[in-house]
Design a protein around this ligand. Sequence first.
Ligand code: M6R
Length: 602
Amino acid sequence: MCGIIGYTGYSEARGILLKGLKVLEYRGYDSAGIAVYHPSFKECLVTKCAGRVENLMEKTADVKGSTGIGHTRWATHGGVCDDNSHPHKFGSVTVVHNGIIENYEALRGALGVADKLKSQTDSEVVAALIDRSFKGDPEKAIIDSVKKLTGTFALGIMFDEIPNTIFAVRNVSPIVCCQNNDGVYIASDIMAIGEYSEDYFVLPELTVAKITKDGYTLSDFKGNEVQPDMLKLDWDIKNSGKGSFPFFMEKEIMEQPEVIKKTIDGRISDGLPCFEKDSIDDSLFENCKNISVIACGTAMHAGLVGKSLIENICSIPVSVHMASEYIYCNPIIDENTVVICVSQSGETIDSLEALKYAKKNGAKTLSIVNVRGSSIARESDNVIYTDAGPEIAVASTKAYTTQVSVFYLLTAKLAYIKGALNLEGVTNFINQLKKVPDAVREVLERRGEIHHLSKSMLTADDTFMIGRGLDYPALLEASLKLKEISYIHCEAFASGELKHGTIALITEKTPVIALVTQQKLVSKQVSNIREVESRGAKVISFVRTDLENDDIECSFTLPCLEDEFMPIPAVVSLQLLAYYVSSDKGLDVDKPRNLAKVVTVE
Ligand code: M6R
């Protein structure tokens, strides 16, 4: 969602801000803007517009100055238009804001500024509030104002009276900061500024940062100096471009064998699962009697595969919750509950709030996160970082397969500790897991076949995906991929459930994708395929090689792994299907309409 960038230093700010905004595009946005302190006019000049960063580039061609803040906006309060874009300037105060100010209407009334505001946003009210509070002491004005805000915020703030200085403060929504010889940089995520330094910090909550070209000082609301916890960026940001691929999504799909292997290999020692590098003590698993997974979207689908694995193999009950519903459903938590929060970005607000709730209610928490130092990672008692590297395409691919890989490792660990698998059993399980990257590689090598199959989907309006057992959660993820990037309506069904209503929707115009990877369920799945074929559906089947038989007309054969390990290669094949449908329809695969990569509003 919204993105923030800020720079003060020895170079022209415009180029740095626009470059940062280009990087932040992946989060999803509908308008963009920058404010740069003009040394001759002695004030911040704002340029902003609805639409792409490219529009802003043209409009800002003459902007001069070495200190500025910029923003990409994803509309929440007020429609998509120039006036609602950030930065917002009120009086002598200019702000960029991520998050939501819940009491902005009340504040607007109390300030009596309704007739002076130019936008419908909650953010402009913050600029007005700080401006009205400013009597020469910027930190005091910020603190006094922020204390009146209800909601979430990351704010970059500039005062006309204080040249070449940026202030930042946040509650929940993140701000990161780094420095090099050329100046100091802030952003809403490290992707935007990682190229300037590998050492960075996350601004602690409710701490005011004062940033000048030679450094920064942080202070809490009582004026005490705060030392940041420095982090090291372990992603190769310089190689995080698209390379020779037309879209990030394709690049990220192709990276999967490597990142799955990296995620697994670092957590196997002497053939056994080992979370030493994550500093997770075995006692977490020994004391665990039940598990709740909280996550959204794709990450939740990874949790559903995890549930099936852990319940089947370890006999430990696992509930999977949509994070956005969790805190409202009176979840059952006791001291033996381990809550696993799964998130690529580590910033999804619903997941973060659910995690905080679980922690407050006594659960032990473990997060499976991709972005180091993210809010969810910092909030958790234990963290396992997936080694997916930066994921830029809105549609999650390699984050999902690495999350599922972590669930295999957790299953093996729990099974061994709880005695559900003996040494031989767990060794066999890990040996199977090690075969997954090669199975994925095989699917990728045969992507031309999937591209060919995808052609028959191009004109479809509605599709269904059917599968049984572990194929069902795999298809939930596959159908989300198809929906979000190709805009084709698609629903995944447990095959046996179809005839309880949904089969009424099947016609000769509805392609049905059938997944057949679970040995013990083949004959039942074949019957369900027959049922939809009899209603005229054109079935495209993805079948595990060794399960092919005369009863199934196979469209694509999947590599052969044991049942438990099939979700990853199966989903990868369907990621490719979705990708080809979207790119052949000429859509913007990486930035599907209405979607944001990082969902920071509830
Ligand atoms: O960053 P997170 O993993 O917490 O994001 C959760 C969902 O928003 C995300 O998985 C979303 O469903 C995917 N972009 C879909 O491909």
